[in-house]
Design a protein around this ligand. Structure first.
Ligand SMILES: *[C@@H]1O[C@H](CO)[C@@H](O)[C@H](O)[C@H]1NC(C)=O
Ligand SMILES: *[C@@H]1O[C@H](CO)[C@@H](O)[C@H](O)[C@H]1NC(C)=O
Ligand SMILES: *[C@@H]1O[C@H](CO)[C@@H](O)[C@H](O)[C@H]1NC(C)=O
Length: 430
């Protein structure tokens, strides 16, 4: 009996020693916030968060050495910490980062605090066929925050030069999305600068409960496929206070988006805010409850756009575009159910296709400004599945300069107007 007790208690001592050493080991490269870090002063971090500095995990921060492994190490240490933790990328330095996947689930909430610059390798050869679609990817993380006043620089020039959209003689190849959030929940992305992505700057896929705040996204207006924020198969997403200047869609809102609220966005140059494209390759699309509110667009090709391919199925419904100011926008208000963006021209399916993505309950309210083309309002819907319940309220769009009067056109669209709508909605509203 006494022997048993002794054995038990010594096992306990060994056990707790073991636990202690595990604890110490985990914390060796982490510092508690109370020690204070210049990078984090004034940030809204909680005092119980542990900080895992990539420099303490071997990062050089000289923009030349590959710091991906250091980032991966800091991430995995932070992710396995049972305390909320911060992976810190300190300011004033450049961290060369190759393709990387930062995966969850983590033991507690985790923050990647980017105060310095993450920069992508300049050569395409740093990507393999398998990894070419992603640069930095977050996968399956619950309670993730990516924040900081640093930058994520995709070094995209080499990709743009070799794009088939820049040079039609080249074969079209894939290129990385700079930041991908896949299957994350309770996600917050805040204050970062995303610069010169290889292709899409940021993609949110299969996520729920997402807040995106205060991002600045910048790439040349001529850079191909450099969408700002891309959202698909995600629910409960809020995007607020972002400035997006790129060569493609400011925001693209695609299949599976539900309960999305977009507010206070400035776009341009670029292709404007698009819902779609939906229903490509005869697929079924579902987009429901999207509000786009308080947006300014400068010199974009589109303003408020819904685009669907012929032959698709499903719906895009309960959509509001409101309080928008447009300046020199080529297609300020456009629903296009004959969208085609394919290397080979789409067959005219008008006669043969009986299906289309149903577009219904869409409001365009309080939209003002100038159109670069005469056609300020264009509702081009499917013959077999006409657009239903399109509402135009308080719209005033004029042609930029002295280009004459703006006009509206429509096909197969059932619309109502209220307030003053200029240009007058099209006469034939069959
Ligand atoms: C701390 O970081 C160094 C450099 O990356 C690494 O070799 C070491 O294993 C880390 N220690 C712990 C306990 O994670
Ligand atoms: C629509 O989405 C918003 C969030 O953007 C949400 O607050 C609202 O409850 C949703 N409406 C419905 C009917 O689900
Ligand atoms: C149309 O969509 C708006 C915005 O989502 C929603 O509030 C409204 O209830 C919808 N109307 C109908 C008839 O479904």
């Amino acid at each position: 009996m006494a022997y048993n007790v002794l054995l038990l208690s010594s096992a306990y001592v060994v056990m707790s020693f073991f636990l202690c050493s595990v604890h110490a080991k985990v914390n060796l490269n982490a510092s508690s916030l109370t020690s204070g870090d210049d990078n984090l002063r004034g940030r809204s971090v909680k005092s119980n968060q542990l900080v895992f500095d990539v420099r303490k995990h071997g990062a050089y921060g000289d923009g030349l050495h590959d710091d991906s492994k250091a980032l991966a190490k800091a991430w995995s240490a932070a992710c396995s910490s049972s305390q909320p933790s911060i992976v810190l990328v300190p300011k004033g330095m450049k961290y060369l980062t190759k393709h990387i996947t930062l995966s969850g689930p983590c033991k507690s909430s985790i923050t990647l605090m980017i105060e310095g610059t993450l920069v992508a390798p300049p050569r395409k050869s740093d990507w393999s066929k398998k990894t070419i679609q992603h640069w930095i990817m977050f996968n399956g993380v619950r309670g993730l925050t990516v924040a900081g006043h640093g930058a994520i620089n995709g070094n995209g020039k080499i990709w743009w030069q070799n794009s088939c959209k820049t040079n039609s003689k080249l074969t079209c190849t894939k290129a990385p999305t700079a930041l991908t959030f896949s299957s994350c929940s309770n996600l917050k992305v805040e204050n970062l600068k995303l610069v010169n992505s290889q292709q899409i700057h940021m993609s949110v896929e299969d996520c729920t409960d997402v807040r995106i705040l205060g991002l600045t996204i910048t790439a040349p207006g001529t850079s191909p496929n450099t969408d700002g924020i891309h959202i698909t198969r995600s629910k409960k997403v809020h995007v607020t206070g972002c400035t997006i200047k790129t060569g493609d869609d400011c925001m693209s809102i695609e299949d599976g988006t539900e309960n999305l609220h977009v507010k206070k966005i400035v776009c341009g140059p670029g292709h404007g805010i698009s819902i779609g494209s939906l229903g490509d390759h005869n697929s079924k699309a579902r987009v429901n409850n999207v509000t786009v509110d308080n947006v300014r667009l400068y010199g974009t090709t589109n303003g408020a756009r819904i685009k669907t391919w012929q032959g698709g199925r499903g719906y895009a419904k309960n959509i509001v575009f409101q309080n928008m100011i447009m300046e020199n926008v080529w297609n300020p208000i456009i629903i296009d159910q004959n969208y085609c963006d394919s290397a080979t021209p789409c067959k005219k399916q008008v006669e043969i296709s009986t299906s289309a993505v149903q577009v219904s309950n869409v409001s365009f309210k309080n939209i003002r400004g100038t159109s670069a083309s005469k056609e300020a309002i264009k509702l081009d819907c499917s013959r077999n599945v006409p657009c239903q319940d399109i509402n135009l309220k308080d719209v005033k769009l004029t042609v930029k300069g002295d280009g004459g009067d703006a006009k509206s056109t429509c096909r197969n669209a059932k619309w109502k107007k209220s307030g003053t709508v200029i240009p007058q909605p099209c006469a034939s509203s069959n």
